[in-house]
Design a protein around this ligand. Structure first.
Ligand code: ASP
Ligand code: MG
Length: 409
């Protein structure tokens, strides 16, 4: 069994969808195909949900989402009246008109999954047209999670017992990334860019030999090629190193992807859907490899410094309190440092969450913060990397034997 994951860019237009069908048709083994929303549809759905949640008019946004898929559908010459994707748009519209606003995160999970559902439905319509034998399944029937909406955690034993039923299926399975549901059937999502993780969940539960993530880059690179023209492909990388890179923000794979694969020794291949014949990057149990310097930049971070107002030390109970709020608000901490009187964190969050954090803490603490800062991480750094930083405005630095991290203005 093989699992293939196709992200938004690999299904962004009719040409890309034909290319996916070509890649899938070439596979002789049993195959499970996990697909994301097309192009930037998830962002559009987030806008739609936002408007709907604020009781603003959302019809135009809905129409543009529908039009985007319609133009792809027309280019693929699908018979619109028989299309499953078109029915899904209708279901989305019905839902917007009927469901109640429970909480922002809960209703997010009832709306945003339509990106993946419409995308896979359109693929299903096209695969039917070209007679690519397959079975369309709803990931929400198989990936069971808790109800921590927008960041839901997989309930492994239930998920495993559901997915096991798919193991003997000889058809190509076609399903959605990013989405799941609670045991009681309420939809959930696994966090933005979570489709890689979904593919890894399916690979784990299906005992796949390999998971291939098809990307628009030729493999895992040691830097962003848009920022560094000499970025190079890493042919082979250990699970551990891949987790570290993903953790520090290398956006090529979702950080949670590796663990379910590692525990069953399932290799992960990052390959290019533009040049499918190239080897790409292979991730597995490869001890003792040497790596080049790997550069990871994260823009749009906030550096926030939290100090006591009365000159008392910031001690464990203050830190517990601060983390309680961070956890409640679902804010991710990238880097932290404490001194006698203050605790400084580099975080990434939406402006309304930053504001909520400040509100929760400002009675007791003095808060200072810098928005829009950059976090640069270098794994396997060299002396020359350190020298390059000398004339930058560094707000915070952390360094150990393998990794150096800077928050830069
Ligand atoms: N469509 C979702 C997102 O854009 C999930 C994914 O692409 O992995 O975040
Ligand atoms: Mg996406």
């Amino acid at each position: 069994m093989q699992v293939y994951k196709f992200g938004g860019a690999s299904v962004k237009d009719a040409k890309a969808i034909k290319n996916v069908a070509k890649i899938v048709s070439g596979v002789q083994e049993q195959l499970c195909v996990v697909v994301s929303a097309m192009g930037k549809t998830t962002n559009a759905l987030e806008i739609l949900h936002d408007q709907w949640f604020k009781n603003l008019s959302f019809e135009e946004t809905l129409q543009s989402i529908s039009d985007f898929h319609l133009s792809i559908s027309n280019e693929l010459e699908l018979e619109i009246n028989n299309c499953l994707w078109k029915q899904q748009i209708q279901t989305l519209e019905d839902k917007l008109n009927t469901i109640s606003k429970v909480s922002f995160d809960n209703s997010y999970d009832q709306i945003i999954p339509f990106g993946e559902i419409i995308s896979t439905s359109l693929l299903h319509d096209y695969w039917n047209k070209i007679a690519l034998n397959h079975q369309f399944i709803m990931a929400t029937d198989f990936v069971i999670t808790d109800n921590l909406h927008r960041e839901s955690r997989v309930q492994w034993s239930t998920t495993q017992s559901k997915i096991i039923d798919l193991k003997n299926n000889t058809n190509v399975l076609l399903t959605q990334g990013f989405i799941g549901s609670t045991a009681s059937g309420e939809w959930t999502t696994l966090g933005r860019e979570g489709s890689d993780y979904s593919a890894s969940i399916f690979a784990h539960c299906l005992d796949a030999n390999q998971l291939t993530i098809w990307k628009d880059v030729p493999g895992m690179l040691n830097a962003d090629p848009k920022k560094q023209s000499d970025a190079q492909i890493i042919d082979k990388i250990s699970y551990q190193e891949a987790i570290e890179l993903a953790y520090y923000g290398a956006s090529v794979i979702h950080p949670k992807t590796i663990q379910p694969l590692e525990s069953k020794n399932i290799s992960l291949r990052i390959a290019s859907f533009v040049n499918p014949q190239l080897p790409g990057t292979l991730i597995g149990h490869f001890p003792g490899l040497h790596y080049p310097s790997c550069y990871i930049e994260k823009e749009n971070q906030t550096l926030i410094s939290i100090s006591t107002k009365d000159f008392s030390f910031v001690v464990e109970d203050n830190i517990v309190e601060i983390f309680h709020h961070l956890h409640q608000l679902g804010i991710k901490v990238q880097l932290m440092e404490n001194s006698a009187l203050s605790f400084t964190l580099c975080i990434q969050c939406e402006p309304h969450k930053l504001q909520a954090l400040i509100t929760a803490l400002e009675n007791k603490y003095a808060i200072r913060y810098n928005e829009g800062v950059k976090l640069l991480t270098i794994r396997h750094y060299h002396a020359s990397d350190l020298m390059k930083m000398e004339n930058q405005s560094v707000l915070m630095e952390q360094k150990n034997r393998t990794t150096v991290r800077w928050v830069i203005q």
